[in-house]
Ligand binder design. Sequence first.
Ligand code: 6R9
Length: 654
Amino acid sequence: MSEETLSNLLREERRFPPPPELAAHANVTAAAYEEAAADPEAFWAAAAHRLDWARPWTQVRDWSGAPFARWFTGGRLNVADNCVDRHVRAGLGDRVAFHWEGEPGDTRTLTYADLKDQVCRAANALLSLGVQAGDRVALYMPMIPETVVAMLACARIGAPHTVVFGGFSADALRGRILDCDARVVVTADGGYRKGAPSALKPAVDEALEGCPDVRSVLVVRRTGQDVGWTEGRDVWWHDLVDAQDPAHEAEAFDSEHPLYIMYTSGTTARPKGILHTTGGYLTQAAWTHWAVFDVKPDQDVYWTAADIGWVTGHSYIVYGPLANGVTSVLYEGTPDTPHQGRWWEIVEKYNVTTLYCAPTAIRTFMKWGDTIPGQYDLTSLRLLGSVGEPINPEAWMWYRHAIGGDRCPVVDTWWQTETGAQMISPLPGVSTCKPGSALRPLPGIAAEVVDDTGRPVPNGSGGYLVLTQPWPGMLRTIWGDEQRYIDTYWSRFPGWYFAGDGAKKDEDGDIWLLGRVDDVMNVSGHRISTTEVESALVSHPLVAEAAVVGATDATTGQGIVAFVILRAEGEKAAEEAGGDDVARQLRAHVSKEIGPIARPRQILVVAELPKTRSGKIMRRLLRDIAEHRDLGDVTTLTDSTVMDTIRERLPGGS
Ligand code: 6R9
């Protein structure tokens, strides 16, 4: 990666040391790095001892079959027992597990005792439908408590779940059901989104036209919408689950028993079924949640504002927080329903202490302006987290200031569906944060930035992010395709896990993520990361969000095309001066920030960008638009109409 490419972000010089009060009582101190480096296996064994094991392991890590890993071999445990029952046994049954907030404003409170009751009933219900340990169960659900209950019920009986994001199409659902051969589907009539009921059951019915082996569909009534009904196959949750015995003896499963399959965003090729197993996954989800969010289970109110259908929801709404016995918020709907202060109203109402969300949400709030969060009491917050994409320094600063009151540390956490849990992140009581940097690998994790030939790059240079040692929460394989697992992750740099992300090390050796390597553009032989140009655009006061792609260009190889969403003030300026003038200003700004080589060939002002469930911009589709091609697969988009609106803005577009 060229020096110019790195210079812009490396110029970031703001530093934020941990607040002394937080550091004094932090769960994890600097000593953890040394202990883990000296003996990683002893470190992870200690982390695993935070869970209840029915039978101890005989070996911490077995890498003899690399790249197929086994952790805590011989050990047996039950994930649902660890997330629910053991807290009730410890006398914490009355502690709230979830403050659930429906989008229309209805609420439910579930204590750990309530959760145990419901998970046991749901486990008995699944057993009554003939589900056995090892059978796959597909979930296509809104953000309601039953989704968590169903996941834990599956875990309790050893039936791996695959949660399919409710925004995905019937085609996407069918593909996933067939790929993992699920025989039972759990769904709902619908959920609330953007102020209205949004149906789910019709997509299940359509998907199942091509899935003859699915024998049962368990349906939660959430919205009361009319639903089609297939007698003998469909059964209401309230009929079946409520009638079950609230007692169920949890069986302990092998540490390597499959826990779930999560299909990845699929921004490029056919989705991959990422397989996670039991002991190592829960160990790392629980430890990182405890360490990175410094959770105090008897004091904190924790909120991951993300969808359960994304891996972030699995590890940091369900498994991590529940394993730690924490009180969480679960919110069903969108951030602007019924008004743009909805999240902050929820923070104020429940005294949320810890908020974890994606940069795309932060940039949206930035666009809506400071006065909206300014109307709420956000002083309960003590820690903020970001995940999903590189966070631009300006968005990081805004988050810290407008939401965190300049008092809360912001932890930028890098990880993937494949890694199962956080890998590179500050520790809030230890690290001096830099806006836009995930800093360094967590204790017990080993990462490097390497060049094309696999050699570690010196500080101040960029390359590819690799993970050089196995870790407990790592994927075990791609479901049904071991060769693809080897080819995708272990062939580019033999012996090391290739993450697919570009990264650089600054002069201190701290890591800055630059986005997927397929997002690196090549303009007249200069490699320029999309992230860097996007950061420059977002640092302009008129811009809220930007997506940059490299479009084929006859002279320069690739030309930079930028799609920008303006802040409210920007929209006004564009109206007054005309869109072209704003584009001219922005091109000059990028030229000044990074250099003329990074000046976008074309800037298009748009109202929305195409995104996946985790808020990642689907640059592939923007590239199709920029190169005037027909759109490829849009099944993983949260809202496919966005593309039509963008096309209308494109001069000469179809
Ligand atoms: C958890 C999750 C993984 C990809 C990953 C990277 C990007 C995630 C990031 C980040 C920069 C961060 N990513 N966190 N990039 N900084 N803090 O997002 O999983 O949906 O599988 O995506 O997301 O590109 O490779 P997943």
